[in-house]
Write a new protein. Structure first.
Length: 436
């Protein structure tokens, strides 16, 4: 073979080898040709971790088992489904960015199982979760309990007239039971149940509440009293007209006619009354209060939030929402009839993000911060789970459908929802288990 031809073959081989080597190096480094964009780019990957493990990820017709990573994906949007037997599937459109990992490590699959009937009764009111996963409720003239662990149930107090309401102390062992003609206190003790009547207190009751230290406060048209029911003693701690009060670590009072003011009081020391200062004129009543904020409803349906560490430094106005459920780190979910918002508070700044809009009105809701899920009732009795991430709706699951559902509360284990409603012609208390 002539030297010239051998040289051509040699250098052609070297050239092809060099091109192939570069191609192999680029390929090994995760580079691919993007046929739609007509460019060579570095691929990205998905990383999936789920609770529970062992879920199936379906992507572009292929399936993977969690925990898993799916490498060498070209940039763009991918439709992903995560499924597991006995659980609601999770569907989302995810984006791959060149050279980056899209990590889904916080994916909690919700159980797909029918609600369980716990207690059958038509006339249930005031469902409350207590200690050790016990549920307390009223059936006409009876205060009852249901133990969700042992499935035992029974009577705590049998009245001679209909019970209007009851309030459970922070300890979970004391009850204030309010009726039309009289009211009583009830204590669960190791030796049994002991009751204390309130016949020594003759004034009409306007409002009541337990403090965090299990002291009981009663409001009347003559002022606010601290009640020592074992000793049958009532101490007047605030002797002025008031609009509303709230019991927490201390006693918070809205008072004044022409000018609304906020007062703070230690119920054990009437001399500790502290005048915080003037409130907005339309301040009306207290709302559910966070450990960091005091919430005051105004007459327009909005809310003022006061920093409890410094009540004098002003307030944050929240408008356009009628209900909210607190999360952690100064964030909460708020909603009106058809919209759900997430609020994040940093100093005096408020970040407001619209999560979703509903076609049917929202009647009740609970926010589960640990798994970023809002559970709510819409329509007559549809229970929906709305997953929120990065200020938007990420997934939505229909958990259960009742004929009617009055209320929704979360168990202290944060794994089960409880509600009073009607399903398939049966009325009573139902449980919806959503995670293991």
């Amino acid at each position: 073979m002539p030297r010239f031809i051998r040289g051509v073959i040699f250098f052609t081989f070297i050239f092809l080898f060099s091109i192939s080597a570069v191609g192999v190096l680029f390929y090994a480094g995760g580079y691919r040709y993007h046929w739609e964009k007509h460019i060579i780019e570095k691929t990205g990957q998905f990383v999936f971790e789920t609770k529970p493990k062992g879920a199936t990820v379906t992507l572009s017709g292929k399936q993977y088992r969690t925990p898993t990573h799916i490498p060498y994906l070209l940039s763009g949007e991918y439709w992903v489904e995560v499924a597991k037997d006995g659980y609601h599937s999770w569907k989302e459109r995810l984006t791959i960015i060149p050279g980056r990992s899209t990590i889904v490590s916080d994916l909690v699959l919700l159980k797909n199982e029918p609600s369980r009937e716990l207690f059958r009764e038509k006339s249930i009111q005031h469902l409350t979760i207590g200690d050790n996963e016990r549920i307390f409720f009223i059936v006409k003239d009876t205060l009852m309990y249901y133990d969700t662990r042992s499935h035992d149930h029974g009577i705590l107090y049998q009245a001679e007239e209909p019970i209007l309401s009851f309030q459970l102390s922070p300890s979970g062992k004391r009850f204030f039971i309010h009726m039309q003609k009289k009211s009583v206190f009830l204590e669960e003790r190791s030796a049994g149940i002991k009751t204390f009547d309130l016949t020594f207190f003759k004034q009409p009751i306007q409002k009541s509440g337990w403090t965090h230290t299990n002291q009981f406060i009663l409001g009347t048209n003559k002022g606010i009293y601290r009640i020592d029911y074992p000793q049958k003693h009532a101490e007047l701690v605030y002797a002025y007209p008031y609009s509303d009060f709230f019991t927490a670590d201390k006693l918070y009072i809205i008072a004044g006619t022409l000018e609304k003011k906020l007062f703070v009081l230690d119920p054990q020391n009437a001399e500790s009354l502290y005048d915080v200062g003037a409130l907005p004129r339309d301040s009306f009543s207290f709302e559910e209060t966070h450990e960091s904020f005091l919430a005051i409803r105004n007459t327009r349906g909005g809310t003022y939030l006061f920093d409890r560490s410094d009540l004098r430094k002003g307030y944050i106005a929240i408008e356009g929402v009628s209900n909210f459920s607190w999360g952690r780190e100064n964030s909460f979910i708020a909603w009106n009839d058809f919209e759900v918002w997430r609020y994040t508070i940093k100093g005096s700044e408020v970040k407001k993000e619209l999560l979703t809009r509903q076609s049917e009105p929202i009647r009740d809701g609970i926010f589960h911060e640990d798994i970023s899920q809002m559970f709510f009732i819409s329509g007559k009795g549809d229970v929906t789970a709305l997953e929120t991430r990065e200020g938007r709706e990420r997934n939505r699951v229909s958990l259960e459908r009742f004929s009617t559902l009055q209320t929704l509360i979360m168990g202290s284990d944060k794994k089960t929802l409880y509600g009073v409603g009607d399903k398939n012609g049966t009325s009573g208390i139902f449980a919806i288990s959503f995670i293991e």
